[in-house]
Design a protein around this ligand. Structure first.
Ligand SMILES: [Zn+2]
Length: 406
């Protein structure tokens, strides 16, 4: 929309003077690593976050667009990913100043080590729209380095303020060291005797491939100082606290924050993966090596062939949503998953504990899938049929809640 007045010049002719104009600005995202990526964002206009984004970021919708209408002269920029959470918002990106033409900013994800690409807009192209109007068009890239910029790196002080006070002192101090900067990708946590539990040592190892996606897509992002602190402190806290309670003495972590693979969960630092788990007795590399022995609930007998459907309505699912059947009780029905004899006992104990942790929203592993740990839907056997099931054939994944960031 534009508003214009006619003014009389000294020579007696009239001229059109633009006194106010509203400019349409559209940011359009092409996130090729995952087309429907649920990217959180908050918009600033002249340095002030929009009221509707103040308490909580929005999430990019199916049209992949952020549409705005702002007065000429306004400067617009975006906070993206975990940097869009109200507590952070340190890295405004893709700033543009509204002139007299509408603006289209095309932002396209780009693989590779492209450290020279910055989250700023270069010279625009002008596209005539036929009615005398033009659109100022910018092409911008969303690289792994820019993902690192918009992925919050937690400080030791922030971690200290986020970690629960109930955490065992040895676990708390070890996690704080992650945010100070470890000097090697492993740590030993010495825990003194607690009640009827004898003293324990937990060994935590970051596996060699933990930062593989980072190395492929960033120019400089060292594992210990830049990658590990981009995973949320609660992810480490929830996993390690529950692992200790389950008698786990060894964990190998295979992925955490990563810029350009999978859902927003890992990109925003809310996901943590485990590929090896051990207790005093044995150590397991997680891997589904046999057909899942599902249970006939009526007869109680196990059968080796999976049922035709893994959903309650008989339809086979092909998307990334994990369906479930409704448990009859007030709490989740966890009985069926005790039937798979090939699952390590320590894994069962750990999953039980993770389920009881309020900070954890999702648990996926080679044996069971739970897309929402807070509902009453029974965790579904991992039947290795959908993409999300096969992706979790060799590791345990947890997603933690981000409510504490508000
Ligand atoms: Zn994961």
């Amino acid at each position: 929309m534009s508003v214009a007045n006619c003014a009389l010049t000294r020579q007696g002719s009239t001229t059109t003077v633009r006194v106010e104009q509203m400019i349409n600005i559209c940011y359009q995202f092409k996130t090729e690593t995952q087309n429907d990526l649920a990217l959180p964002y908050a918009v600033t206009i002249d340095g002030k976050v929009l009221t509707e984004h103040a308490r909580r970021p929005k999430v990019l919708g199916a049209d992949r667009k952020i549409k705005l209408s702002v007065p000429t002269g306004s400067e617009v920029s975006l906070f993206l990913n975990s940097d869009s959470y109200p507590r952070f918002r340190n890295q405004p990106v893709f700033a543009v100043k509204a002139g007299y033409d509408d603006v289209l900013v095309n932002i396209k994800e780009q693989y590779g080590r492209l450290g020279h690409v910055k989250p700023v807009l270069s010279a625009p192209l002008y596209c005539e729209s036929g009615n005398g109007k033009r659109t100022e068009t910018y092409d911008a890239q969303l690289t792994g380095d820019i993902w690192a910029t918009i992925s919050h790196k937690y400080t030791r002080e922030e971690a200290d303020s986020i970690l629960p006070r109930s955490l065992l002192p040895a676990i708390r101090s070890s996690i704080l060291e992650i945010y100070t900067g470890l000097d090697q990708p492993s740590m030993l946590i010495e825990i003194i005797a607690q009640g009827d539990k004898s003293a324990k040592t937990m060994q935590i190892i970051w596996a060699a491939g933990f930062d593989e996606n980072v190395r492929k897509n960033t120019s400089y992002c060292p594992l210990l100082s830049e990658v590990l602190p981009r995973t949320h402190p609660l992810a480490y806290a929830s996993l390690l606290a529950e692992a200790y309670q389950a008698g786990v003495t060894k964990l190998s972590l295979s992925s955490g924050w990563r810029p350009m693979f999978g859902s927003i969960v890992h990109r925003s630092g809310r996901g943590l993966d485990v590929n090896i788990i051990g207790d005093d007795m044995q150590e397991f590399k997680m891997k589904r090596t046999h057909a899942f022995a599902s249970v006939n609930k009526e007869t109680g007998k196990a059968r080796s062939d999976p049922p035709a459907s893994n959903s309650s309505n008989g339809k086979q699912t092909t998307d990334s949503k994990v369906p479930g059947s409704i448990a009859s009780g007030a709490t989740k029905d966890l009985r069926t998953r005790k039937q798979d004899g090939k699952e390590p006992e320590v894994m069962q104990r750990l999953r039980d504990n993770l389920h009881s942790n309020n900070a954890i929203d999702q648990i996926f592993d080679p044996w069971f899938m739970d897309v929402n740990t807070h509902d009453k839907v029974t965790p579904q056997p991992n039947m290795q049929r959908t993409q999300i099931e096969t992706k979790h054939s060799d590791h345990l994944h947890i997603t933690i809640s981000d409510e504490c960031l508000l």
